[in-house]
Design a protein around this ligand. Structure first.
Ligand code: UD1
Length: 365
């Protein structure tokens, strides 16, 4: 029996663990792996955490470190201390970390200091912007990892450029598995789900395919007063209506600077994964600064306008599925007014069987 510890803590990690942690419980794998889940508590609001465990039926975490909100160093440091204590007790054969958050880095440091094999899922992504906390976290995590599961050829090539070639596998994107699995779950009652969402969140002026889905939360956008003003000004000038599930950090910043958004933008609380899939299906296009949303737009055949100057998911830029607009008002408004579904699409991110591939590799290792 292979003993695995999985470390999660922030919203995008719950979506990824929903696939792998559930897969481990399936007949094919359950006699081969025993998983313990550590939740760091980086995200702790019910609609940023518990809702995902409940709705996606993720096995409950065995431990919660409850780190809560702190500055980067203090948050990462506290998690390292507490994860180390648990790993010493649990003595796993592998530790799995996902993505690029402070939880990922803390998990990577605790694991590698104890000389336990470290597995990084979503390895090799680079924005080449070292000011982003996510870029710092992913570079450091990749360099500490023993097994690196990349979502694309390009991600493997990024690792090679940094001299990392051992233990590197292109297994496709685990979020593609999640997208396929959960889209299937809602396919028969999407219309009812959409109507229910409009009612639940009191969303107005929205009709099928005539609105866009908006999400903004990256520190590089929200934590710079000038940039968040520019973004708000730009989206206030877009003609179409929007649904904007707002991340707590963005809400705090808008309140702090007393930034008002147009009544065309339906600001609602953070939504669940299935609600996000439904809204994606009914929207015309997406405006976001999230890495995950760029791909979810791609998987749903929706064009995307990214409020950043670079993307780790460079493949989505081909054929016009994704446009980088930074915080440039003119670019944002113009792109939003003419955005269309491109004709050509290539699948760069695997077939949606990433979790099986990962478990097969781990068994062999
Ligand atoms: C983190 C990740 C980011 C990821 C995002 C997904 C890092 C450095 N960043 O950013 O890569 O895309 O998660 O959402 O790890 N807050 C709440 N309730 C919560 C969680 C957060 O109110 O449940 C507020 C807190 O005030 C906190 C702020 O949001 O200070 C930011 O949270 P934090 O976890 O530090 O970073 P995210 O912006 O969520």
């Amino acid at each position: 029996m292979v003993k695995v510890v999985t470390i999660v803590g922030a919203r995008p990690q719950f979506v990824k663990a929903a696939v792998l942690s559930r897969k481990i419980k399936e007949a094919k794998w359950k006699n081969k792996f025993k998983e313990t889940i550590i939740h760091t508590g980086q995200h702790y609001d019910i609609n940023m955490s518990k809702v995902f465990f409940d709705e996606m039926k993720i096995p409950n975490p065995n431990y919660n470190i409850k780190v809560g909100s702190r500055n980067h160093g203090e948050m990462t440091g506290y998690m390292i201390i507490e994860i180390e204590k648990l790993l010493i007790k649990l003595k796993p054969n592998f530790v799995i970390v996902y993505g690029d958050t402070n939880t990922t880095l803390a998990g990577a440091i605790s694991t590698s200091k104890l000389e336990i094999p470290l597995v990084h899922i979503e390895a090799g992504l680079r924005s080449h912007n070292k000011k982003m906390p996510e870029e710092q976290n992913r570079i450091l995590t990749d360099h500490l990892s023993d097994i690196l599961f990349c979502p694309s050829e390009n991600a493997c090539a990024n690792l090679k450029k940094e001299g990392i070639t051992n233990g590197v596998y292109n297994v496709g994107d685990i979020m593609h598995d999640a997208f396929k699995k959960y889209s299937n779950l809602i396919k028969n009652d999407k219309k009812k789900r959409f109507t229910d969402i409009l009612k639940k969140y009191k969303i107005k002026h929205i009709s099928n395919k005539e609105f866009y889905l908006l999400t903004i939360h990256r520190a590089e956008n929200t934590d710079n007063k000038e940039i968040i003003y520019k973004i708000a000004d730009a989206i206030n000038s877009i003609e179409q209506n929007a649904i904007f599930p707002i991340h707590p950090r963005t809400l705090k910043i808008l309140k702090k600077y007393r930034i008002k958004l147009s009544s065309k933008i339906n600001m609602i609380e953070p939504i669940s994964y299935l609600e996000m899939l439904v809204i994606l299906d009914y929207c015309k296009f997406v405006i976001t600064d999230s890495g995950g949303m760029q791909k979810e737009a791609y998987y749903s055949d929706k064009p995307c306008l990214t409020i950043r100057n670079e993307t780790e998911w460079v493949e989505t830029l081909k054929y016009g599925w994704n446009y980088l607009a930074g915080s440039d008002k003119k670019m944002i408004i113009e792109t939003a007014s003419k955005i269309q579904i491109p004709k050509k699409k290539v699948n760069y991110y695997g077939k949606g069987n990433t979790s099986d591939k990962i478990l097969s590799h781990l068994l062999k290792y």
